[in-house]
Design a protein around this ligand. Sequence first.
Ligand SMILES: C[S@@+](CC[C@H](N)C(=O)[O-])C[C@H]1O[C@@H](n2cnc3c(N)ncnc32)[C@H](O)[C@@H]1O
Length: 222
Amino acid sequence: MGIDPDKSVQDYRALAARYDHATRRINGVRRAAVTALALQPGETVLDAGCGTGYCFQPVMAGIGSGGCLLAFDHSDDLLAIARNRAADAGWPNIAILQAAAEHVDFRDEIRRRGVFPPSALLFSYVHDVMQSEAALDNLLAQVMPGARVAITSTRLWPRSWWPLCVPVNRYLYRTHARYITSRDENFDRPWVKLAARMDDVRLHVYWPGWRYVVTGRLKHLM
Ligand SMILES: C[S@@+](CC[C@H](N)C(=O)[O-])C[C@H]1O[C@@H](n2cnc3c(N)ncnc32)[C@H](O)[C@@H]1O
């Protein structure tokens, strides 16, 4: 089972109306990931696979009206909710693009808005995006070298937590069927491909052990 973008778009179409309610238990760790970015007023932030835009509010609180949030997703159903969220809150400094991570291009937005490329990158529950080297190539080519990164999502319990990891991981595998199309790839360490492009990588595990935040900085390539 590899990444399947068509299935992902269809699954999120079915989930859209109840997505925020269904994912309310991860609100805390999503906010912890944004906090870990230590955002500064005026910064440009990338929210990769923003979904319904749950993370918009804490990001906007960090960057203020002088900052810029660049957000994209391939699900128009989730983005409709994200756009309403931004409109209701009156945030003009958010650019929301409908595109696949492998192809999204926000250089025009950056030019048009006269802002710097993103210096802080949020990957919140985007397992499929993080398993796509093409997506990572495309996204990281458009951001500041050395940008700060925060990653959060579900990881399987480590095998060393045997025997309880067996039923727990079976539960996680089953309950994520409609959120992740590539559960067979790196579900135990979803961050590995992105972390290979980062320095100062740190893993913070949150209760009940399948929630985590990974932080670090993009490597400066020579
Ligand atoms: C579990 S949701 C997370 C949404 C949001 N970041 C959050 O924290 O609630 C995963 C998101 O990744 C998006 N996604 C998955 N693969 C993608 C791709 N290749 N390109 C763009 N978006 C993608 C889905 O449409 C979905 O909105």
